[in-house]
Design a protein around this ligand. Structure first.
Ligand code: SF4
Ligand code: FE
Length: 487
């Protein structure tokens, strides 16, 4: 079975025994938990669209391992066309969910681990790539959602892992046995962790010799013994517990992050893909981050499409759609959003083949893409709030609208254009609120800042990849500055 149906995906999650805490309580059944459920629906959409012929070109790909059709989220990019399609798929899913659909972290992780394990084996004579390929075969066969896990809690940022007061601030190997390793530590803000079948762990920074125990990459079932999760809360999350629809803004879809804890978890050798080879940890981080920075040029753009549409509708419902400054603000939002998309497409089109055979994005352009993402969605959100008007944050609740007495008053005074039902106006304003300030703002705003690395991380890469030396040579040539030995 290379493609799971959405129902099979949900059933497969029900069979798992994930240990999850939400707001101080151990959750019996994460699949139906009202706070978690919308995020599951987003991942489920990645299975649903893969079944629809119209979307198959984007949502699926031919496995390079066995020629079968697999979900693109389980695929290793075989050419630049695959890289471009990945971004297009992410835009599509952003449009369909208006949320983070979470599954990209696994796709980005497998593509990074593939080439790095190959290069490690070539240089060191290890057999990590073979092990990883076996894992990938199973992932494709079972259509798993895999949670790529990179970000450690990091403790005191001025100290390397081995100098931390608490040695668990980075995931590390605490024991090596004949049959495998034992790991402990945690990964913070793990996107989609509760909706995943497996976890693929990678180090979070380039490690030095003294941090060799922290240079570890492995795969584990998401419900492996010793693994548990503490669910991250989001602004306005408890609205989902009120049994309301309009006030949540996006009732069906959402995203989530969680703290993923490893309490002495045993990992058999067949699932270990790096164990002490610290000199390769930097490449793994750089490649995973590069792929995920490309990803944002798709997903955030798709969510941006929904936000722009919502702002345009809010303007119509308010009766201001024809005002020239409103039109201009909507044009600006489209311009900004398409600028982000251009970066996502550009870094994909300029991709290169790696030694293992899969394709990697142009790292400079991917970092430029993400650097723009740390800025432009904020401006798009600002313009959306401007166009929508202050009512998006001062509206009474859905309970007031449904109230037998005051409901009529709410409807009367919050009516805009007469032909538009007041409830529709409320729905659109709540959607803008959700995307800019509510649960989805995690994915659209703050994740745009810090997800796939905070702004400074991209600037370090831009400095490294920007090749100022050759630019100086160009300037010298044009300015007629002779080389020293040419006098
Ligand atoms: Fe995918 Fe975007 Fe969510 Fe990352 S933030 S997992 S790229 S949808
Ligand atoms: Fe992310």
């Amino acid at each position: 079975m290379a493609l799971k149906t959405p129902e099979q995906y949900e059933e497969s999650l029900r069979k798992m025994k994930l240990k999850v805490y939400v707001q101080g309580e151990l959750v019996e059944n994460p699949v139906d938990h009202p706070i978690i459920r919308p995020s599951l629906n987003s991942v489920k959409k990645t299975y649903e669209l893969a079944q629809i012929p119209e979307y198959q070109e984007l949502m699926t790909a031919e496995s390079h391992l066995n020629g079968e059709r697999v979900n693109r989220f389980c695929h290793l990019h075989q050419n630049t066309d695959d890289l471009v399609k990945k971004v297009k798929m992410q835009r599509l899913l952003g449009q369909k969910t208006a949320a983070c659909f979470q599954r990209c972290v696994g796709m980005d992780a497998i593509n990074a681990v593939d080439s790095v394990t190959f290069e490690m084996d070539e240089k060191l004579g290890t057999d990590y790539h073979k092990r990883f390929t076996k894992f990938l075969e199973r992932m494709q066969e079972e259509d798993w959602t895999v949670d790529g896990a990179m970000t450690d809690p990091k403790g005191d940022r001025s100290l390397p892992p081995h100098k931390q007061a608490d040695p668990d601030m980075y995931v590390r190997v605490v024991e090596k046995r004949a049959d495998g390793i034992v790991v402990r530590g945690a990964k913070a803000h793990q996107t989609g962790a509760i909706n995943s079948h497996w976890i693929l762990v990678m180090p979070t920074i380039a490690m030095g010799k003294d941090d060799a125990d922290y240079a570890v990459s492995f795969a584990a079932p998401a419900d492996a013994e010793g693994v548990f999760y503490i669910y991250g809360r989001q602004s306005c999350d408890t609205r989902k517990l009120e049994g309301v629809e309009i006030d949540v803004g996006n009732k069906q879809f959402g995203g989530h992050e969680a703290l993923m804890v490893f309490e002495n978890v045993f990992i058999p050798w067949e699932y270990v893909f790096m164990c002490g080879e610290y000199e390769f940890s930097g490449s793994l981080v750089e490649r995973f981050a590069g792929y995920h920075r490309q990803s944002y040029g798709g997903c955030k753009v798709g969510v941006g499409d929904v936000l722009i549409g919502a702002a345009a509708l809010a303007a119509e419902y308010n009766g201001v759609a024809k005002a020239s400054h409103i039109k201009d603000k909507l044009i600006e939002m489209v311009h900004l959003n398409e600028s982000l998309y251009s970066c996502g497409i550009a870094c994909s089109a300029e991709g290169q083949k790696t030694a293992s055979g899969n394709y990697i994005i142009d790292l400079l352009l991917a970092n430029v893409c993400k650097q723009n993402i740390t800025r432009l969605p904020y401006e798009i959100a600002r313009l959306a709030e401007d166009v929508a008007g202050g009512l998006m944050v001062t509206l009474p609740s859905e309970h007031d609208l449904r109230h037998p007495e005051i409901g009529k008053i709410v409807e009367k005074y919050f009516k805009g254009v007469d032909s538009i039902p007041m409830e529709d106006r409320m729905r659109i304003l709540r959607l803008v609120e959700n995307l800019t300030l509510g649960t989805a703002a995690v994915g659209y705003r703050t994740e745009s800042m810090h997800g796939a690395g905070s702004p400074q991380a991209q600037r370090v890469m831009i400095a490294r990849q920007g090749d100022l030396g050759s630019k100086k040579e160009l300037a010298k040539e044009i300015a007629g500055i002779k080389k020293k030995n040419q006098h």
